[in-house]
Design a protein around this ligand. Sequence first.
Ligand code: SAH
Length: 206
Amino acid sequence: MKLKHLEKLLENLEGFSNPSPLLEQYRTPAPLAARLLFHAAMRGDIEGKRVCDLGCGTGVLGIGAALLGARDVVAVEVDPDVLGIARKNSLKAGVEIQFIEADVKQPEIHAVAGWCDTVVMNPPFGAQQLHADRPFLDAAVTIAPVTYGIFNAGSRSFISSYLAGRGEIDEVIGGLLPIRRTFAFHRDEVREIPVEICRIVSHHEA
Ligand code: SAH
């Protein structure tokens, strides 16, 4: 599948109907999602693999992974209403995904999601709830040996020191995350936030 084709398919999926600011429910824009997934596929981390989308929201990343040939996709999300949208989107895209309603903060999250080859995620940046991104990092390194995550630009040193001994970043790709005015506290119509797609390799034994 071509990058543009994947982008188009992801673009056509349904977004959040009533996004929660506290949970930082922003849809991952299709071009950014497609970029992450294509890159992961190029590195051999998608096709034939068991992939987990952590905090799947509308399901964009998990659905894209399935479209690129993942063997199994599990998608974890805490908000049941949003899971309904993700489920609808997976049907629309014609892919099979195992949806799990769970909080990534729960200590047994690796058992809930099951061992995976690759995690893909666009976690909360921690703008509303301080450190909301940390449980995602904790969960990711216990679930899979490789993670692709979207973070605020400049997060690299924080992630490296936070994960010390548990995982390390071996590649960073810069990008822009356009955020449309979604919540009352947003002042601009569209704001482009510089982000980084980080590939994290965990010291995890399957
Ligand atoms: N890739 C998704 C991005 C969603 S934004 C998309 O394009 O739709 C982050 C998601 O993480 C939200 O759906 C939010 O509900 C979920 N989330 C936030 N905290 C969570 C937690 N502790 N456990 C599981 N999901 C969580």
